[in-house]
Design a protein around this ligand. Structure first.
Ligand SMILES: [Zn+2]
Length: 222
């Protein structure tokens, strides 16, 4: 692990800051339609709102923004932080200490049934950590650029495929993870239904929102 990676890890490991709410609701929850307020957090440049009823964090301004995932993955910052780190790190199991991913490894013991699907895998950093810990990993992402970069580095399948298409194949997985995905899709319940269709009953599906350079992050098990 590089010095920069270690510093980033340490900075991200500080205690979660308390969310400060304004007094007036400013949006409606994408899951329960409850009143939501803007928080001090942002993700991808978009303000994160939080539902007063179900505690769901999401970025309503990102719903209409039609992100170009290929552009995001081609940015110098992304290449430096993720691709080069994958290339340079011999012990891929060390990625499990990244705070975004640690919640999975702290809470999910390796069982006999160990197929794992990572939704929105990008170039596959979490997948590398899970593979190094013994999981039978498959990653999917809508970005062909991310998959073209990540697949040659991965000793497991990284596939450019939508979750809806995968759900239609009838494949099932014992564990499903989605990091930094649910909070910026316009129809999170539809995403959860597709995840459910790919899921062999077991532990709850894990979703976590990692906030930009933040100390800690809200997370939910749905
Ligand atoms: Zn809600």
């Amino acid at each position: 692990m590089t010095v920069a990676e270690q510093q980033w890890l340490e900075a991200s490991s500080e205690a979660m800051r308390k969310v400060e709410m304004s007094t007036e609701p400013s949006s409606t929850c994408a899951i329960c339609s409850g009143p939501c307020q803007a928080t001090q957090y942002a993700l991808g440049g978009f303000a994160l709102h939080c539902c007063e009823k179900c505690d769901f964090y999401f970025a309503p301004e990102a719903f209409d923004a039609l992100p170009d995932y290929d552009d995001a993955y081609a940015s110098p910052a992304y290449l430096r932080n993720q691709v080069e780190t994958i290339r340079a790190t011999k012990d891929k199991s060390s990625f499990a200490r990244i705070p975004t991913y640690r919640v999975f490894f702290d809470n999910t013991p390796l069982a006999q049934r160990r197929s794992l699907l990572d939704v929105g895998c990008g170039v596959g950093r979490f997948c590398h950590a899970a593979h190094a810990h013994g999981w039978d990993v498959t990653g999917i992402d809508p970005s062909s650029a991310a998959i073209e970069i990540g697949a040659p580095l991965a000793p497991f399948p990284l596939v450019c495929q939508s979750l809806a298409d995968l759900a239609r194949t009838g494949r099932r997985f014992d564990q499903i993870t989605a990091f930094e995905v649910v909070e910026h899709v316009p129809a999170p319940l539809e995403l959860v239904r597709q995840i459910d269709a790919c899921w062999r009953r077991g532990d709850p599906f894990l979703h976590r929102a990692q906030l930009e350079l933040s100390a800690g992050a809200p997370r939910h098990r749905l």
